[in-house]
Design a protein around this ligand. Sequence first.
Ligand SMILES: NC(=O)c1ccc[n+]([C@@H]2O[C@H](COP(=O)([O-])OP(=O)(O)OC[C@H]3O[C@@H](n4cnc5c(N)ncnc54)[C@H](O)[C@@H]3O)[C@@H](O)[C@H]2O)c1
Length: 355
Amino acid sequence: MNMHVNTTKRILVSGGSGFLGSFLCESLLAEGHEVLCVDNFQTGSRRNIEHLTGHPRMEVMRHDVTVPLYVEVDEIWNLACPASPVHYQSDPVKTVKTSVMGAINLLGLARRTKSRIFQASTSEIYGDPKVHPQPEGYWGNVNTIGPRSCYDEGKRCAETLFFDYHRQYGVDFRMARIFNTYGPRMSENDGRVVSNFIVQALRGEALTLYGDGSQTRSFCYVDDLIAGFRALMASDQPEPEPVNLGNPGEFTIRELAETVIELTGSSTKLAFRPLPGDDPTQRKPDISRARETLNWEPKIALREGLQRTIAYFDDLLSGRGPQDQRGLINGVATEAPVPIAGLALRAQKEERRQV
Ligand SMILES: NC(=O)c1ccc[n+]([C@@H]2O[C@H](COP(=O)([O-])OP(=O)(O)OC[C@H]3O[C@@H](n4cnc5c(N)ncnc54)[C@H](O)[C@@H]3O)[C@@H](O)[C@H]2O)c1
């Protein structure tokens, strides 16, 4: 009798060329799976996945999830959706379509192929929370008609669709409510606070703070989040339930700015601007459910994560190209050779200062 059990799956990752999606594709490939990255490249970048494109188990398909997709797969991860306010507000109608029609199309695919499907939901579904920190049982303090509503309400509707496809058609899913996550491969111009501050500091520009910088956020490093994704997708849940994933360490935006200035060695200043509409004043996950059911919690401290992210942007902005994307995946060489090197950050900065 053949005792060999084939655990290799054909896995679709929508939004696979984005910031989080690219790390997820990498992690799935590393475990021996076949990965089909589906992306319309609205905010994702070929640069994020170019080190994976030559891999024999990696396939990239340009496709918009608002259109149905007919493929045979064993597992689906739905990450497609612009995540930064600059991007999702630039075409708000499209943002709603991506969240809602994308969910319908991928849930339909999951139903037909009997695949488990993962939904990348968001802490934004809690709105400007009146409960702090936010547990999954909190229904949120939300606004249906503000500038952020296309994203928040689109994601809320997607959550509803996941639960209804489960109740009505028995679709099996896992759902993460992701809190602010940062790391290499964030887009350098998408207005997210961590990448904004790092890019501004490395360029010697003033760091832009909205309001007085006293609003708080929690920042999760991408490696921790992907570990949480994988644990959640593999977990047994008697009935699917949303799970908060994020880092509960809470920092004011001003503290973040000051830490970035210190770690980059920049001598730049802070510039204060008026607070945009609907900007939540506090955001911090209650991760008790993830701790208890997944035995997961973030391990990477903010300073360490910032150092790694600064190294990435330093390489990118100095034209050396990101060096974290080089090496081996499961014994298969990816496009470029060497793993991440120590940065020549300080030397470079000295150079920059002298010009
Ligand atoms: N990064 C975070 O802090 C965070 C927090 C909460 C939720 N999320 C969610 O996680 C997911 C990934 O976020 P990210 O930070 O990697 O953002 P990202 O913008 O880097 O990635 C999103 C990806 O989806 C693709 N995409 C967008 N619309 C699409 C469409 N209609 N069809 C096909 N592809 C499409 C983009 O091109 C991009 O590659 C998103 O669903 C986002 O809402 C992220």
